[in-house]
Design a protein around this ligand. Structure first.
Ligand code: FES
Length: 108
């Protein structure tokens, strides 16, 4: 595994029009679950989870971005987060099923 430090930004933005990631589900709670899953992950890389404002990919929300990988994922539940951790974090393989590919950035 690669080591070093990576950051995962989890959109926690709360806006009603259009509805934002933080209102589609409990994004803050999901970020906490991600921290928990990362704590159990088999990786030498240190991950920091940041509960962020809008990441400009609202149409795919709820979303998270992993840097410096520049990997973007849409997720719905703990299972999705677990798959991101087991595939992307532990095995350094993108999760095709959840990946956000070409996006048009949108305003916060
Ligand atoms: S509200 Fe989450 S990306 Fe914009």
């Amino acid at each position: 595994m690669s080591g070093g430090t990576k950051r995962i930004f989890v959109c926690n933005n709360k806006r009603t029009t259009p509805i934002s990631c933080g209102l589609r589900l409990d994004a803050s709670g999901m970020a906490d679950q991600l921290i928990e899953l990362l704590g159990e992950a088999d990786t030498e890389t240190e991950y920091q989870v940041i509960k962020s404002k809008c990441l400009g990919r609202c149409q795919h929300g709820p979303v998270l971005g992993i840097f410096p990988d520049n990997a973007w994922y849409s997720y719905e539940d703990r299972e999705d987060l677990g798959e991101i951790v087991s595939e992307h974090v532990e095995n350094e393989r993108p999760v095709e099923r959840l990946a956000i590919r070409r996006t048009t950035r949108t305003a916060a």
